[in-house]
Write a protein that binds this ligand. Structure first.
Ligand SMILES: [Mn+2]
Length: 312
């Protein structure tokens, strides 16, 4: 039995389904959760299906998160989307449950589901959700669900820019347009910036630095964020501002979340950097990883290790 059919059957068997995702929500995790909820809700008319995710301002056009009571978790089938590690779940009520299906596109070091549908090569989890939709019988979905899937694919692929994008990814975007998604409208909402964000981008360009062999980096303190009136997550999203700079194939955004918690977003054009990330307790994709450390001495060690990758 193929994996789509297998998951379809599990959904069919359960009347209550809860979808959970990862902490620090992004377009793909919310897009996957809402997309899957709308598939289940519309394809199976009799299911009680809810999605748990953190509210994110710039994705508010996708709608609010469902309210879920503790006891609802007891008898539910739980589907985890876009999350590699159970400790990074946005909803801690998933812990201790065994009736979990994992759908994800990160390296599968922790297959915590009784079914684990993991495709590391996919651009986004939302692309996998779309594949699921196209491979089940009597499929139905709402426009909201299609917009959510579009948002997930677009945001996780850097708007179809990253090397995880295939001809198939483009075809799926084409199909989403044919089904009624207004891509330009959604892109305009996603691209919207505030004056504060623009000014903060200026700060990033003014203060970025480079290691001897070309690791471009910016260190962002809580004071800098406060001065420019930007939230922690908005500042983190600035990692893209350091991309594609000539002779700087690795770039890092170092964002001090709070005292003793400094979060590094590491990106690379083609040299895998997740080995370095793992050696400092982080992880992620080959070209996009994250590391959380306690102090700036460790940050400097990370920068040195990344610089060494470029020396070779
Ligand atoms: Mn993702």
């Amino acid at each position: 039995m193929n994996i789509y059919r297998q998951i379809y059957k599990e959904i069919k068997k359960n009347n209550k389904i809860i979808i959970v995702t990862h902490l620090r929500a992004d377009g793909d995790c919310i897009g996957s959760a809402i997309g899957l909820r709308e598939i289940i809700k519309n394809t199976f008319k009799d299911k009680d299906v809810k999605a748990s995710y953190e509210y994110v301002g710039y994705l508010s056009y996708l709608g609010k998160c469902d309210e879920i009571e503790d006891k609802e978790f007891d008898e539910a089938l739980i589907i985890s989307v876009d999350n590699a590690n159970i400790t990074r779940a946005n909803d801690k009520r998933i812990l201790g449950h065994t009736n979990v299906i994992k759908i994800d596109h990160h390296p599968n070091h922790e297959p915590f589901g009784y079914i684990n549908f993991v495709e590391e090569e996919k651009s986004s989890c939302a692309e996998m959700i779309f594949d699921f939709f196209m491979n089940i019988p009597n499929r139905k979905i709402s426009l909201r669900g299609l917009e959510a899937i579009y948002t997930g694919i677009m945001t996780d692929s850097g708007f179809l820019k990253y090397n995880s994008v295939t001809g198939d990814t483009f075809k799926k975007i084409g199909m989403l347009y044919d089904m009624g998604v207004d891509g330009a409208k959604i892109r305009n909402m996603l691209d919207e910036v505030t004056i504060d964000e623009l000014k903060f981008k200026g700060y990033v360009y003014e203060h970025m630095e480079s290691t001897p062999n070309g690791v471009l980096y910016i260190k962002i303190s809580p004071e800098a964020r406060e001065k420019y009136n930007v939230e922690y997550d908005e500042a983190s999203n600035m990692v893209g501002a350091l991309a594609n700079v000539k002779e700087h194939p690795i770039w890092v955004l170092i964002n001090e979340y709070k005292k003793d918690e400094i979060r590094c977003r590491v990106r690379s054009l083609e040299i895998p950097i997740n080995g370095v990330a793992q050696s400092f307790g982080g992880g992620g994709h080959a070209l996009a990883s994250g590391i959380v450390v306690k102090d700036y001495e460790t940050v400097d060690k990370i920068l040195e290790a990344l610089d060494n990758l470029l020396k070779k």
